[in-house]
Structures are given as C-alpha cells and as structure tokens.
Design a protein around this ligand. Sequence first.
Ligand SMILES: O=C(O)CCC(=O)C(=O)O
Ligand SMILES: [Fe+2]
Length: 296
Amino acid sequence: MSSPRGIQRIARSEGVEKFIEALEMDGGVIITDFTDPATVAQANAEVKPWIEQQKNSQGAKVGALSGNTRTVTRLIMRSPTVRESFYADPLYQSLCSHFLSLTTTTWYGSAPQTSTSPPLLSIAIAFDIPPGTPAQGLHRDDKNHHARHAPATAYAPHRDVLLGLFVPGCATARANGATRVVPGSHLWGDGRPDFGLGAEVVDAEMEVGEAFVMLGSLYHGGGAYEEGGGSGESRTVYAMFSCTGVHRQEEVSFLSYPVEEVRTYSGVVRERLGWRQSEPNLGWVDLKSPEFLLQA
Ligand SMILES: O=C(O)CCC(=O)C(=O)O
Ligand SMILES: [Fe+2]
C-alpha cells in the first residue's frame, strides 16, 4: 500500500511526531530544514580531498554501487561536520531512538528487570556519483542484516533494524540521479517485488540543506545519472545508518583481543571473532573484509 502523497516534506517545527507518522506510513520522509548551505559547503570541503584521493581506485565494490562511484569511508573521523552537524542531529537521533531503541522487561526469578539498548552507528559513508552512472537496482539496505519482513497493512513497532539519513552535498534531481524510492514498500513482504504494478517509484529530489530519512526496509536505489544530464558535477551524498544496539557481539572482540594475538589464532576462531565480513556488506574496514589486517 503506497501513500498517495509520495514522500512527505516536513519542517522541524512540525515536531518529531509528524516525522514518525510519515516514516510509519511511507517508509521515508524529507526534512526540509535539516541544515543550511554553509554547513553543507563545509562538509563538502572536508570530504572532497578524500573523494579526490579515491579516484576510481576503489578495490572493492560495495554491493549495489555501480560505475565509477567513489566512496569515502570512516566519515565520522574524516568530517567533523558530518559527525556533529549531520549524524548527531537531535531530530535524526530522536527518530533513531524511537525506531531502534529496544526496551525489554525480563524476569530474574520473580523480579522484573527492564533494560534499554540504544542504537548504534552502523556506517557513515560518502558516495560521489559521476555522470554516466547507471541506476541501481531498487533494494532494501537491511539486506545486509538479513532482515525478514512479514507483509503488513500498518506499521508495527520494531519492524525495522536500520534507520538511514541521506544528506545531499548538492541539489539532487532526476537529471543527476536523485535517489528513487518506493513509498509504502517498507510494509511489503519478502517475495519478489512488483515495481511495475501499483507501486509508485518517486525521485527523492532535494535542495541543499534538506535531508532524507529512510527505514532500512524501504525499497530505494540511486537513479541513473546520464552523461550530459544534470550539471555535469558528480552527485555527492552523505549516508549514515544506525542499527539496533543488539546487532553486535556480547564481548567487543576488536577491543578485547589485540590484532597481534588474533594473528596466532586458527581460521575458524578469527572468523567467529568477526575478522571475516558477513555477506553482504557487514563488518568491513574501508569496504574490505578485515582479514587483510591480519596479514603480518
Ligand atoms: O545513491 C543513492 O542515492 C543511494 C545509494 C544506495 O542506496 C546504496 O548504495 O545502497
Ligand atoms: Fe541503498
């Protein structure tokens, strides 16, 4: 069931509840006054040198990434503006808490124990997509977590394990491959999706300063950026995803066992400690399975 309104565009002053309603109904929402052009320009200036350094040199291609798309990983460290002005944004963080925090009561004997698990950052990464890039296949980003979805007519709490934030570094439109989204598809099941009939695919077109928030179960994908389309400048997008806090190990193996130690362990133990990535796209370092760090 897709919303006849497509993707709603909402200002902060309308309050967090409006954003929650829009996400529950459509699976995504545009924040019209997320930030301002000066802050976006600052993020662009911080990230551009890293983009230049990546020029077509990316060894590993990430899942759906196509053409000459360049990526900047470790964005939390590389761009203080992305970190503190975008990722730490109070509205985005409130939405993360709403959709991803888990509070559960269990029993210790006959005493109730209630605990809360806050969300985690799953990844912060920049995509820089030049003209001549074909459209991505429409997909759900929670494929990485092997999420499964029962078909539903209304949103139920904790249906999602991921909440994404896309902040464009330039105005995005169909001509430069704005993200295509399928409003309402977060309520679909796991069967083969039918994008032809009844499903409305819309372009999440944005001005600089706007941002798109999306549930991990929403079908979406980068649009085609034809040669000669748009301004000719690449389309840069800062993408941040939060996941539920329970999608991790009980013991933080990477802080508990130094790499020199792990080098002496057998293959199966290294793998169980997380030194081999989970397919697709989880547990990597700079888009590569971390096994390369174990080579002496
Ligand atoms: O390029 C975009 O707008 C979206 C990218 C995306 O969805 C992905 O790489 O998973
Ligand atoms: Fe995606």
